[in-house]
Ligand binder design. Structure first.
Ligand code: OGA
Ligand code: MN
Length: 202
């Protein structure tokens, strides 16, 4: 990414609250991330959690993807975290969001798995400010489904449908945009991540 591309991302995020970026990082790194996540043992994946108050059974009806958190102990994971840290610095420089931290997990949606409409953060309850989703899937087409649907903040109108294509990054303000993941026909791999502030914003 060049300085101009980072500026474009920050400006668009400020103006409309979300942005879809194609070819976000080097394709070589995206390929490594795909090979990495697809070679992790199944035992490392956890059934994703939603809220503290939900029972395991309710949870299955909301989302049923499998997740693994990224850490700095693996070189490929670290390379992605570094790229997102550069993005964090650039967003702070232009938007004064005071983003301090980034956390992310790989998500695997086997065929038929989904994540119903939700928001990633509730005002006053979370310090997640900007959500990110990065897609690792080569040769994804409309027939494979598994789109991310972004809704207007009012929750009624569909704003954008995004295919989970190799190299595409989506960023949006965590508290403002409800979104959902439609069931896919193929295995669907993504990295969902959140830029955080230190303080909970009230
Ligand atoms: C999430 C999420 C979207 C996607 O994990 O919170 O909304 O397209 N993921 O994988
Ligand atoms: Mn989400």
């Amino acid at each position: 990414m060049t300085e101009d591309e980072y500026s474009h991302i920050a400006n668009t995020l400020a103006k409309q609250g979300y942005i879809v970026v194609e070819d976000f990082i080097d394709a070589g790194l995206t390929k490594q991330l795909y090979h990495h996540v697809t070679s992790l043992p199944a035992s490392q994946f956890n059934t994703a959690k939603v809220g503290r108050q939900q029972t395991a059974q309710q949870l299955e009806t909301v989302r049923n993807d499998k997740t693994v958190w990224l850490s700095n102990t693996d070189a490929v994971e670290q390379a992605y975290l570094n790229a997102m840290d550069t993005l964090r610095t650039q967003l702070n420089r232009q938007l004064f969001l005071g983003l301090r931290d980034f956390e992310a997990h790989f998500a695997h949606y086997p065929p038929g798995h989904f994540y119903q409409r939700h928001v990633d953060a509730f005002r006053g309850q979370s310090n997640r400010v900007v959500s990110s989703v990065f897609y690792l899937n080569s040769d994804w087409s409309e027939q494979d489904e598994g789109q991310l649907i972004l809704y207007q903040p009012d929750g009624k109108t569909r704003l954008q449908r995004v295919l989970p294509c190799f190299g595409t990054l989506v960023l949006f303000l965590s508290e403002q945009f409800p979104h959902e993941v439609l069931a896919a026909k193929r295995d669907r791999y993504s990295i969902a991540g959140w830029f955080r502030t230190d303080a909970i914003l009230l």
